[in-house]
Design a protein around this ligand. Structure first.
Ligand SMILES: Cc1cc2nc3c(=O)[nH]c(=O)nc-3n(C[C@H](O)[C@H](O)[C@H](O)COP(=O)(O)OP(=O)(O)OC[C@H]3O[C@@H](n4cnc5c(N)ncnc54)[C@H](O)[C@@H]3O)c2cc1C
Ligand code: FES
Length: 282
């Protein structure tokens, strides 16, 4: 059981939780994630470890409310406990001194970019951070990333803040003016695909962190299967980061939609319970 130190909504659909998990806090590295279960009846969901405090034994997690489990997570209060946290899982990011590293975060993908950007900087890279979201209200961690890197570019799709551009637009500008040695991109699949297509043309190595649907997080269920360089890989044990030029993004997108109708049904039932209606034969 893991004590919740704090849990707050920092945006209408975006939560930040600090929770106790001393082992994970001591050993986690940039790029790794955990699988958590709220209670004994809950499903396991993967969340990236955005930060940790080994002294206090706590992890910082950012979660977007998209379905039943993340909605339940938002309802948790400081002082309550989560049933289990497994981790640290997945391979850490391959951090080295590449030269110039561009770290790109889109939407909730900004959270996992923070530890990677910090680690890239600590390894001696010139670090340029690019963050993007649909609109200003969905941007997170701007101050943290601004103080981490050598340069920061903020983009919004609607132009409500920073540059009115997609992150690929900002990346194109950077590539046009200086040599880029590594790109790390985390965010929605179409964004990671677009970044990978852009960097492929320039021969720039690119890491992406895949958000496959996960069930057990241990390589046993096959739920997170992806095709990388034509071979079957499991995101939970072989990833979550892969070379963006080798990922079959079309297959990943199709697999992410696999349980859409069940997830919608689950949310509908959850909402009915909140409203005190117990219909649908459940
Ligand atoms: C390695 C890894 C790290 C992740 N880190 C984070 C993180 O730090 N913060 C965060 O908010 N989310 C993260 N995710 C995604 C997160 O696990 C899902 O949003 C969560 O499982 C949804 O659970 P739910 O029951 O609330 O929603 P569900 O009812 O399961 O799904 C609701 C909607 O979200 C979509 N969805 C479900 N799972 C995913 C997924 N894995 N990726 C994209 N869309 C999905 C569904 O298609 C559906 O439309 C990560 C995923 C992976 C694989
Ligand atoms: S989540 Fe089951 S194999 Fe990866």
């Amino acid at each position: 059981m893991h004590l919740i130190h704090s849990n707050e909504l920092i945006k209408p659909t975006l939560g930040r939780m600090v929770v106790e998990a001393p082992y994970v806090a001591a050993y986690r590295k940039a790029g790794q994630f955990i699988m958590l279960r709220i209670d004994e009846y809950g499903e396991r969901i993967p969340l990236t470890i955005a930060d940790s405090d080994p002294e206090k034994g706590t992890l910082t997690l950012f979660y977007q409310i998209v379905g039943k489990t993340t909605r339940n997570l938002a309802d948790k209060r400081a002082g309550e406990r989560l049933r289990d946290i497994a981790g640290p899982l997945g391979h850490p990011t391959d951090i080295r001194n590449y030269g110039t590293a561009v770290c790109i975060g889109g939407g909730i993908g900004i959270a996992p970019i923070l530890p990677i950007s910090r680690a890239m900087k600590a390894a001696g890279n010139k670090t340029i951070n690019v963050i993007g979201a649909r609109t200003k209200d969905l941007l997170i961690l701007e101050d943290e990333l601004r103080s981490t890197g050598d340069e920061m570019i903020v983009c919004t799709d609607d132009g409500s803040y920073g540059k009115k551009a997609f992150v690929t637009g900002a990346l194109e500008e950077i590539i046009g003016r200086e040599k880029v040695d590594i790109v790390v991109a985390i965010g929605p699949v179409p964004m990671m695909r677009a970044v990978s297509e852009l960097t492929r043309g320039h021969g720039i190595k690119t890491f992406v962190s895949l958000n496959s649907i996960m069930v057990d997080g241990t390589g046993m269920c096959g739920g997170c299967r992806v095709s990388v360089k034509g071979e079957k890989r499991f995101t939970c044990v072989d990833g979550p980061e892969f070379d963006g030029h080798e990922v079959d993004f079309a297959e990943l997108m199709a697999r992410l939609g696999t349980y859409r109708s069940e997830e919608a049904e689950c949310m509908e039932h959850h909402n009915c319970k909140l409203e005190g209606v117990t219909s649908h034969g459940k």
